[in-house]
Ligand binder design. Sequence first.
Ligand code: FAD
Length: 476
Amino acid sequence: MLQALDFHALPAAGPVGLAAAFEHTRLMPFWLDTPDAPAPTPPLLESTEADLLVVGGGFTGLWAAIQAKELMPELDVVLIDAGRVAHGASGRAGGIVSTSIMHGLPNAQRVFPQDIERLEALGQANLDGFEAALARYGIDADVEWGGEMTVAVDDAHLATLRADFELHRRYGHRVELLNRAQTAEHIRSPLFAGALWSRQRSGTVHPAKLAWGLRRAAISLGVRLSENTPLTAIHERGDRVEVLTPNGAITARRVLFGTGTAKVGVPDMNRRVLTVRDHVLATEPLTPEQLSRLGWARRQGIYDTRTQLNYFRLTKQNNIIFGGLVSYHYGGQGEPAVDGNKETYHRLAAAFYRTFPQLADLRFSHAWGGPIDYCSRGSVFAKPYLGGKAVFVAGYTGFGIGASRFGALMGLNMLFDRASPERQLDIARLSPSWIPPEPLRWLGARITFHAFDGADAEGGWKRAWIRGIKALGFPM
Ligand SMILES: Cc1cc2nc3c(=O)[nH]c(=O)nc-3n(C[C@H](O)[C@H](O)[C@H](O)COP(=O)(O)OP(=O)(O)OC[C@H]3O[C@@H](n4cnc5c(N)ncnc54)[C@H](O)[C@@H]3O)c2cc1C
């Protein structure tokens, strides 16, 4: 039987050593490094009108454009993106897809305990719609419904798993609580003391293929897409909104902002969303022999229980995608330049080799970072602006692949005043709280991320600080 090992006592890298492990690493998302990426549409070079303007071509914007055309085919819909579809968070995600629209059941219980059943039902309906849309538009996004697993990396975390197990069972989830030996039958790591194994409909996707498939679907429905077309200014013009771009303008009856962490001119948006950077590694594809050292037969998406958590999954070609080292940069800078920091990837690689010491001969093919739209709710919100003519949809806090379809629909229902079940609930009625401005934001984030790094192993003031932040209502 595998023995419990001290995470920090394990070797940080295998025989290949860190320098060799990164010898051929490309600093870009694994998902985007393919000739399959569609050529961008031309930028907008004129002034035009629309019933609905969607700003942002990530999952939120794409789902908004598609669902708008499906529900209200008469609408003329324009979609613009500052860069290219899938080049924001959506094409950088780990790709674990979940049924929850609330960033998991424990977070739903934390935020809206009175509505859990209805939020669960909305999550199920959302995933039904997700699957049906993929089938309807013939989108091949390498979906594998292998389930989700939360692994305890320490005996001390088993109590949390047990509580989560009871919670999931209470709401009818198909879950199992596994001990160390049973966990090793699903995935082998000396760190894993137990697991919560959910066979609920969840699993993994290729995020860029998903985004490109949705892009194709939107265009086929008549959505007018202009890439490389950033919004530069917004003006209210009576019952319309005028959005300026470098070489044109769009005057629209309604605007849906699916711009994630980007600041697009309505200051209140930035007060509710904090941009953090998350980081990811992709390994070379595993050989069948390397794969057999893991025993990962169900190919489920996995998260661990650490405060500074890691998540991992397999790609269709059996690369391991290993993510999860969050950082904050002053002013919420989200530029790819901050992703070039070698030390960040070395720390992430050390976590990888400690988790899977049996894969010490494996190297990394890709390393990248991406923006997370963190909010106090820890899950999506839609907030109206400009007297209800615009709505901003964001706040997924790192869990938006499935939830973005729901978030986009909630935004559309608000914009067009459509009766819908979520509008009866606090998820649509309330907004997450303000996050203090700079420099307090930076200071708070610096201390929190410093505390993250040692909270589990060292405890002390670090654990107390994390508890304090949680008590203020922020998800950790
Ligand atoms: C590293 C990482 C790992 C993740 N892993 C997972 C995971 O495993 N599972 C999961 O469910 N979620 C995960 N997520 C979260 C998920 O990727 C996001 O919640 C989701 O992609 C958000 O989509 P979005 O459309 O709201 O934002 P984005 O994809 O960021 O799209 C916003 C778009 O707006 C555009 N834009 C910005 N400013 C302007 C402007 N002025 N004018 C026009 N366009 C503009 C941008 O170019 C961008 O394309 C992860 C995120 C990251 C960064």
